[in-house]
Write a protein that binds this ligand. Structure first.
Ligand SMILES: [Zn+2]
Length: 151
């Protein structure tokens, strides 16, 4: 969980997008994940101690799951590549991004920030063995999961 937050907080483009004046004006709910993230970014800017308490609260509120195993994720050693932890981290990221986009959607129209930053498209092509006819369909999603093998 910390690794995911660290990665997001070091993403320059993510920071820029969150600080869009339109968003800052529109998403005003103080207990929102959006505000929590903006708060953490601002604290960092001013070299203050970063305490993602509100951030963790926001995430925990939307994802009951992470209340229970937060500890476990947090204290896993960086070299630990247990599949369950990787899965947890991925689910956590998706949950976080979904929540954020939902908050943005609720406050302002046409601000697809998350798909713009993290989205990908998969093109499926199915070819009939008998007549060679092909059909394709596009699938859009966020947060592609990749297996990283141990060296
Ligand atoms: Zn056919």
């Amino acid at each position: 969980m910390n690794a995911i937050l660290q990665a997001l907080l070091n993403m320059h483009k993510f920071k820029i997008k969150l600080h869009d004046p339109k968003l800052l004006q529109s998403v005003t709910e103080p207990k929102s994940l959006y505000r929590a993230l903006v708060g953490v970014f601002n604290e960092r800017e001013n070299w203050e101690m970063v305490s993602p308490t509100l951030l963790k609260e926001c995430v925990a509120a939307t994802s009951q799951k992470f209340r229970g195993n937060e500890q476990q994720v947090q204290f896993a050693s960086p070299s630990c590549s247990s599949p369950t932890l990787q899965q947890d981290a991925h689910e956590f990221l998706i949950e976080l991004l979904d929540t954020l986009q939902a908050e943005i959607d609720a406050a302002i129209k046409d601000q697809s920030i998350i798909p713009g930053l993290f989205g990908y498209e998969v093109l499926h092509t199915i070819r009939c063995n008998a007549c060679d006819e092909e059909s394709t369909n596009k699938e859009c999603s966020i947060g592609m999961s990749l297996d990283i093998q141990d060296r």
